[in-house]
Design a protein around this ligand. Structure first.
Ligand SMILES: [Ca+2]
Ligand SMILES: [Ca+2]
Length: 128
């Protein structure tokens, strides 16, 4: 599992245009991570997912980190700008999602809260 986190952290640091971290290295690491994801337990996969959201690696997900991830997903889908109404709807959605995830309402989502919420969701929508 640490290897998955290391991969994520490395990709945050490495610019893929950097010749030191070339395509061959990237593909090797990516394939290793896919392999681990396929073999890992549900708990390991959720821990890895938490670390993806925890952008600064401090063990807590903030609303800004969740917002940044959602915006990154939209950017990957080709959406880089939003109308005022779309941006408000997006922020409202992030706010509601974050409020559900932040069980003790202290302004951050811990690994424990993340795991608890994900387990409730997976009970409603069982993973095959
Ligand atoms: Ca964080
Ligand atoms: Ca919390």
């Amino acid at each position: 599992m640490e290897r998955l986190h290391d991969f994520h952290q490395e990709n945050k640091r490495n610019d893929l245009s950097d010749p030191i971290y070339n395509l061959k290295d990237f593909l090797r690491d990516f394939i290793q991570c896919l392999s681990l994801m396929c073999r890992g337990s549900i708990q390991e996969k959720l821990q890895w997912a938490f670390k993806l959201y925890d952008l600064n690696g401090d063990g807590r997900i903030t609303k800004k980190e969740l917002t940044d991830i959602v915006c990154s997903v939209y950017a990957l889908m080709g959406r880089r700008s939003f109308s005022g109404a779309e941006e408000k709807a997006l922020r409202d959605h992030v706010d509601k999602t974050f409020m559900k995830m932040d069980i003790n309402k202290d302004g951050v989502v811990t690994m424990e809260e993340f795991m608890e919420i994900c387990s409730k969701v997976s009970m409603r929508f069982p993973l095959i």
